[in-house]
Design a protein around this ligand. Structure first.
Ligand code: ARG
Length: 561
């Protein structure tokens, strides 16, 4: 707001078109230097003057009520009159964004595979995808989350074979994924010596595809028990889906896709398989039908995209899936373009990098499997130990430990740029110090406790009057906090532009740090009424922002820790 006014004056002084100066304004690295800065280097050439001289001249000519301008070398620095701006900044600190246009955005997230462990890639997809979903909703778009379960494929033939030979219902229900994995491993071990197993598995899968009663029933049962286990994790992670539509949902929708590709002359034979060539895009061909006539992953994604656009009414189709599938999505989108779906331009893969736990890969390879549930449990029990030390009196300790432990994992993921690799340290992530979820959660609880105390000590409702505001001395810490609280809409916008929840995680960290600094420098519950009301208001707004931002990231905020 203030920036826009400052920029407008600069535009005038420099005879620029309206709106030219605003993007050039910078935040000074150190708040002592002022609230905004305008670098004059780039003007030297066109004005034929030294940047220092330009800054000095502009400083002399600049007039705007409530703002002082001063030259500092090649920079023009601006300082706001804090009392004059405080009221509008307080308002801004509470404002909610409203820049969305109600676009329907289908977000593909999580999408684990039935009868296989929920991998770390699925965890990242779940956490990042759910955060983006909430961010879009907050901005005023219309996101639809879809869990595209991997519930179809030849592996179910193996699963049925193994289950029928060695499986037990009791074991499967007690620990569906573990038992499925054991069966899977056993199948491969035994198939090494007994090739008839592979034949049997193929025949079961064929039966499944043909709708055989027994095969269908077993398959449905596997899906059901795996999903029950996944759902337990989704609940802990605070994630829900608008739609759970597995790959099998598209079984009867792929024929039309293959037909259309054939009619348009896009299908070509290659080693017995049917492919769409993508030479002109410099990509390997996209496989559509295997040599035995069965459809595969890309075929399903083509049918899926058509469904999301035509039936769900998607304006945008986002896929939150690991970077290793980049080529797959580029191929699928390219085939859609060849099918003349101009909306293919609105399809977007949102990739992310690998995450390792204390240097170890969380993989599904034999033997060395780290189960997500174990990671969650471990985080929660570590959080419980720390809470026990910090506040043995705390009520509801186990619920708080759950919130902190899970929050540590979510935040430990989301504070990073999604595309980079993460070496996740549980040890660090659950600490209440450092750039962690628990640190932000703890700061929120601190703000709540200050508010609680104030209510106990005085029953007067807090409202900040003009007199209170005018009398308040805006020290550096209060002022910086107030300004940063008003950045919510900008940060959300930036986070969505880059589709990066980390932007908001960083914002939450900033608010937490600034609040803690403010709290250490200023006694909130002082006897001076005007100071007390303003500081209590800053405390309230900090808590409000923290819980809002953590909420978008999917992190719970207990009021007492
Ligand atoms: N189930 C797949 C996997 O685990 C991820 C699916 C991603 N979504 C999609 N529409 N292809 O690799």
């Amino acid at each position: 707001m203030a920036f826009t006014q400052i920029a407008a004056v600069l535009d005038q002084l420099l005879h620029w078109e309206e709106g030219t100066a605003e993007p050039l304004l910078e935040l000074p690295p150190d708040s002592d230097l002022g609230d905004a800065a305008f670098p004059c280097f780039t003007l030297a050439k066109s004005l034929r003057k030294a940047p220092q001289q330009i800054a000095a001249d502009l400083a002399e000519q600049f007039v705007l009520e409530g703002v002082t301008a001063s030259a500092d070398g090649p920079y023009l620095n601006f300082r706001l009159d804090r009392s004059a701006y405080a009221a509008s900044l307080l308002q801004q600190a509470e404002a909610l964004p409203q820049f969305g246009t109600g676009e329907t955005i289908v977000i593909d997230l999580s999408s684990p595979n039935i009868a296989k462990p929920f991998g770390v890639g699925h965890l990242r997809s779940t956490v990042i995808g759910a955060a983006l979903y909430r961010m879009y909703a907050e901005a005023g778009e219309r996101p639809i989350s879809v869990n595209h379960l991997g519930d179809w494929g030849t592996q179910f033939g193996k699963q049925i074979t193994a289950y029928k030979r060695w499986g037990s219902q009791e074991k499967l229900e007690a620990s569906p994924i573990r038992e499925s994995l054991d069966l899977y491993v056993r199948f491969h071990d035994e198939a090494a010596n007994d090739p008839s197993l592979e034949t049997e598995a193929r025949s079961w899968f064929r039966k499944l595809e043909e709708g055989d009663e027994e095969a269908q029933q077993l398959w449905r049962y596997f899906v059901e028990v795996s999903l029950a286990e996944f759902n337990r994790m989704y609940e802990r992670l605070g994630v829900t889906f608008d739609k759970v539509l597995g790959e099998s949902f598209y079984n009867d929708k792929m024929g039309a896709v293959v037909e259309e590709l054939r009619e348009c002359g896009l299908l070509e034979e290659s080693d017995g398989a049917q492919v769409v060539r993508l030479d002109e895009e410099d990509m390997p061909p996209c496989l559509i039908l295997k040599s035995d006539g069965t459809t595969i992953y890309p075929t399903r994604d083509l049918a899926t995209a058509l469904y999301r656009h035509d039936v769900l009414g998607a304006d945008k189709l986002l896929y939150v899936v690991g970077a290793e599938q980049s080529l797959h999505f580029r191929q699928v989108f390219a085939v859609l373009r060849k099918m003349d779906r101009e909306w293919a331009a609105n399809c977007q893969h949102i990739p992310f990098g690998l995450m390792k736990f204390e240097g170890k890969k969380m993989s599904t390879r034999r033997g060395k499997v780290v189960f997500l549930e174990e990671v969650l449990d471990e985080a929660v029990s570590r959080a419980a130990v720390i809470i026990e030390q910090k506040n043995p009196q705390l009520q509801d300790r186990s619920a708080v430990a759950e919130a902190i432990g899970i929050g540590a994992i979510i935040f430990g993921d989301l504070k990073n740029n999604r595309i980079g690799e993460i070496d996740f340290s549980l040890e660090e992530a659950v600490q209440f110090e450092g750039e962690t979820g628990p640190y932000v959660q703890y700061t929120y609880a601190r703000a709540c406790s200050v508010r609680r105390k104030a209510m106990v000590e005085s029953n007067t409702a807090v409202s900040v009057s003009h007199e209170n505001l005018a009398a308040y001395t805006w020290d550096e810490a209060s002022w910086e906090l107030l300004k940063r609280l008003g950045d919510y809409e900008n940060e959300l916008q930036r986070g969505l532009r880059r589709q990066e929840p980390s932007v908001l995680a960083r914002y939450a960290l900033d608010i937490a740090k600034l609040f803690n600094r403010f709290y250490h420098h200023n006694k909130v519950l002082t006897d001076a009424a005007h100071e007390r009301t303003v500081r209590l208001e800053l405390t309230r707004l900090s808590a409000l922002r923290l819980s809002r931002v953590l909420g978008l990231l999917g992190i719970r905020t207990p009021e007492e820790i």
